[in-house]
Design a protein around this ligand. Structure first.
Ligand code: SF4
Length: 164
């Protein structure tokens, strides 16, 4: 018999009819801990794309390059992963939105807003790689556990496939 499915249900244990009642230590008195309330965080990312000809590689295959930055190797969360640069302002105006994503991790709902940023504007609109502002932005985004306490290690355009 699946006791947990039929008798000892987490929120409604049927102790009086349970075959284990004589030996059970709790007899239904253990409460299921309440889940921590979900919190929301807004994060903005910059999508900066250039063609290889814009980058001066006129002999290349004509592909596109995307600006990415690398998380520090010391971070406990996704060390060394490449990601889009973080925008200074997460409140991207609707007219500038490229896409939005809601992504839930543990008790945090991330509301991610991505906007197109031209290469010439990238320094003014994103947190500087390796800067204190970058470290603060990462710490705020990744949580207050200190895992996001560094800025990015590197920032570079890499060949990628981006539609639109
Ligand atoms: S007696 Fe114990 S095992 Fe049986 S239903 Fe109650 S809590 Fe679950």
């Amino acid at each position: 018999m699946e006791l947990g499915a039929t008798v000892c249900a987490p929120r409604n244990p049927q102790c009086p009819v349970c075959p284990l009642m004589a030996d059970c230590k709790t007899r239904g008195e253990h409460k299921t801990p309440r889940r921590a309330p979900m919190i929301s965080r807004a994060v903005g990312y910059a999508l900066s794309v250039r063609t290889e000809s814009e980058a001066g590689k006129r002999d290349g295959p004509g592909g596109r390059e995307v600006l990415l930055e690398q998380r520090p190797a010391q971070q406990t969360v996704m060390p060394g992963m490449w990601e889009l640069p973080i925008l200074l302002r997460a409140d991207v105006p609707e007219k500038d939105l490229r896409m939005t994503v809601r992504h839930a991790i543990m008790q945090v709902n991330y509301y991610v807003r991505v906007r197109t940023v031209f290469e010439d504007d990238i320094e003014g609109m994103t947190v500087e790689a390796g800067s204190a502002a970058g470290a603060a932005a990462r710490s705020s985004r990744d949580g207050a556990d200190g895992t996001g306490a560094q800025g990015a290690d590197a920032r570079a355009f890499v060949t990628g496939s981006v539609d639109g």
